[in-house]
Design a binder for this molecule. Sequence first.
Ligand code: BYC
Length: 316
Amino acid sequence: MTTMAADAGAYEAVFDAALAADERIEPRDWMPDEYRASLVRQMAQHAHSEIIGMQPEANWITRAPSLRRKAILMAKVQDEAGHGLYLYSAAETLGTSRDELLDKLHSGRQKYSSIFNYPTLTWADVGAIGWLVDGAAITNQVPLCRCSYGPYARAMVRICKEESFHQRQGYELLLALSRGTEAQHAMAQDAVDRWWWPSLMMFGPPDDASAHSARSMAWKIKRHSNDELRQRFVDICVPQAESLGLTLPDPELRWSEERGHYDFGPIDWDEFREVLRGNGPCNAQRITQRRRAHEEGAWVREAAAAYAAKHGEAQA
Ligand code: BYC
């Protein structure tokens, strides 16, 4: 064995031991190239989802029904921008620049969550996104606070706290509508009917079709499989829907004594695949708007860079 190969073997043994002991891997630690690449892939997709996810909700800021609701929604959308920034920064610790990741988003070489390719047709959609989309995100992301890569895990702690707040605002908004007039109740029900199935798709393909799950779980990037988390989410939502006075659009939803979980009907994976291929209702709109916002924000980035350069000179 050459010295280099022996060194690589020793590094790998240290990495494996750290994983086995549930220690965090930090940016300067040795890590396998595939571990680094898989983290960049997942974290970039996550960061992109946060900033693309601002669009469907921002659609309702100017039409929020009261100043209170408008202030809450603006704060939420701003939080999502913050989440994107923590995640791009965390990805930078792996040696990828934000410019490079944004370029991959804009050119379609990296994905963002399927959920944000659906339209927000009524005000109740803001509530359904908070309750279901943020609810699904929390279910998926709380275990990521224990991800083996330190910067990602730490970013998730703060993100999850903020997402919990978002979930509660969505629930509270839907509750107000559900207990309101007949028309308001119907609007809330319609939003839940449209967002339920796409929310279940957020957890990714079923376990037997999930390309990355097994590897990511062995590396302790993911702690649970897609199907496990999806089931956990269904189990949480059913009693919450009852408290809201709303129904979930699945005739096969029923408690299974045998499994100790709710059974649910089949997910339309053809629809999921079409959305991933770019053929969802809003894919083109979302990416066009994102590219435009990036171009229109060029002057802000230039001004910030000029300010930083000047500030740096003054300090020197
Ligand atoms: N949409 O092998 P799999 C939020 C892709 S934002 C699109 O199971 P993995 C919020 C997957 O990337 C919530 N693509 O993959 C923001 C892979 O393709 P590539 C975002 C999906 O990585 C604003 C392929 O399908 N949260 O909270 O093991 C307002 C095979 O899948 C989706 C995160 O990103 C999808 N739904 O598991 C409100 C959480 N599902 O990469 C709320 C972090 C799968 O080979 N991410 N794909 O081209 C994860 O936990 C995991 O990446 C996933 C997928 C569970 C999503």
